[in-house]
Each structure stands twice: as structure tokens, then as C-alpha cells.
Design a protein around this ligand. Structure first.
Ligand SMILES: C[S@@+](CC[C@H](N)C(=O)[O-])C[C@H]1O[C@@H](n2cnc3c(N)ncnc32)[C@H](O)[C@@H]1O
Length: 211
């Protein structure tokens, strides 16, 4: 059976340079990166940027909490190359969010931004459970995700025939998935997607605590 998520990752890999040029410099989410940064303990600590893309969340943490050790994880090697270009030296790991078993360290905080909507319900539950495993009890996670009518889920195909599979969910369902995985929501907000987004939607941003 086709792994829809792997198809989406191949498309992100192909267009990593364009994605980085379009989204890396965006400041729309800084206030939310700041919320998770504020939960980091003083002094040296560890931060995970999962499904990091070009490293948007990592860049904020690097700038505002320079003593933090950051691990950037993505399944796209080209996205990781974009991180290296911008944030070197930085620790990179090519891995699938559905299996973070290679990660031995435990993190003081994490960002999982704009990754969730590329997973169906079963895989999304796996990713959140993996995140729960690599985060320390009481630590915080920023989840940002595209939200929308589940009925609109499916493949988005560009002119070259490249596909990304989107799985839309409403905020209440996203919060329920987080609760099921052992995260307590502490703050939540809905924003309009950036003007440059390829599909206009609402973004849900949730700060939650790992129980
Ligand atoms: C929309 S981008 C988000 C990038 C960045 N976090 C941001 O906020 O802009 C989605 C990223 O998720 C990554 N991704 C999707 N499925 C993945 C998987 N199974 N494992 C690891 N990364 C994945 C893609 O390669 C892509 O870099």
C-alpha cells in the first residue's frame, strides 16, 4: 500500500529550496516560538525542532536562547541541507517522525510546526506518542498546524504532478489528539495562514505540557 506521507516528503524534498525561500524569513509565528522559548529552563538545555523544514523554530531558539542545544529532525535531506545552510553548526537528524527510536536524549521543549496535517489519524497518533516519549515530563511543546474541514482532505497536486497529501482537522479534534497522547493544552490560538501560503487556511497554534 502506498505511504501517502512518503509521497508528501518526496515533494517537500524536491521543493525544499523554494519552501525555505518562501517561509524561512516569515515572522508570523515568532510570538508563538517565544511562548515555548519562555518555558526552557535557564542555562544549557535541549530543544527539538521536529519536521523542522528549513529550521524556522530552531532559528528563533538559536537567536533568543543561544545556550540551547538544538536537534533538527526531518525526513527530507534537502530540508536538512537548508537548515545547515542557515544555522550551521546545528545537530541534524534524518528521521521519520513516526519512529524517533534513534533519539536517546530527552528534551526540555519542542516545536512540531506544520507537520501534523501530513499524517492520517493513525500516523498522527504515532508521531504524538513518539514526541511524548522524547520529551521530559513537564516540558512544553508548540504544535502549529493547518486546520480545516476534514472533508477537504486529500491530494494537492501541482502543475508538475507532484503531490502532497493533506489531512485537515478542526481545532477540537487536534486538542483531543494531544490529550490522548498525554499532552495538556495550556494555550491555543487560531490565525489566518500567511498571505503567501499556497492554500489559504486557518492555522491552529497550541502550547501544551507533556504530562
Ligand atoms: C510544511 S513543512 C514545515 C516545516 C517547518 N516546521 C515550518 O514550520 O515551516 C513540513 C515538513 O514536514 C516534513 N515531514 C513530513 N512528513 C515527515 C515525516 N514522516 N518525518 C519527518 N519529517 C516529515 C517535511 O519534509 C517538511 O519539511
Amino acid at each position: 500500500m502506498q505511504d501517502d506521507n512518503a509521497v508528501s516528503v518526496a515533494t517537500f524534498d524536491k521543493y525544499a529550496v523554494n519552501y525555505a525561500e518562501k517561509y524561512f524569513a516569515l515572522r508570523d509565528y515568532d510570538a508563538y516560538y517565544a511562548l515555548v522559548a519562555a518555558t526552557l529552563p535557564a542555562g544549557p538545555c535541549k530543544f527539538l525542532d521536529l519536521a523542522c523544514g528549513p529550521g524556522n523554530a530552531a532559528a528563533y531558539i538559536r537567536e533568543h536562547r543561544p545556550q540551547t542545544e538544538i536537534l533538527c529532525v526531518d525526513a527530507s535531506l534537502q530540508m536538512l541541507a537548508e537548515v545547515k545552510r542557515r544555522l550551521d553548526p546545528v545537530e541534524l537528524l534524518a528521521a521519520d517522525c513516526r519512529d524517533l527510536g534513534a533519539i536517546q536524549v530527552r528534551f526540555d521543549a519542542a516545536a512540531f510546526c506544520f507537520g501534523l496535517s501530513y499524517f492520517d489519524d493513525a500516523d498522527a497518533a504515532k508521531v504524538l506518542s513518539q514526541l511524548h516519549q522524547v520529551l521530559l515530563p513537564g516540558s512544553s511543546m508548540l504544535l502549529a498546524t493547518v486546520a480545516g474541514d476534514p472533508g477537504l482532505s486529500g491530494a494537492q497536486v501541482n502543475a508538475a504532478g507532484d503531490k502532497v497529501f493533506n489531512f485537515y482537522r478542526q481545532q477540537a479534534e487536534i486538542e483531543q489528539m494531544l490529550a490522548n497522547a498525554g499532552f495538556q493544552v495550556t494555550q491555543a490560538a487560531t490565525l489566518h495562514s500567511p498571505a503567501t501560503a499556497s492554500v489559504r487556511s486557518n492555522d491552529v497554534l497550541v502550547l501544551c505540557e507533556r504530562q
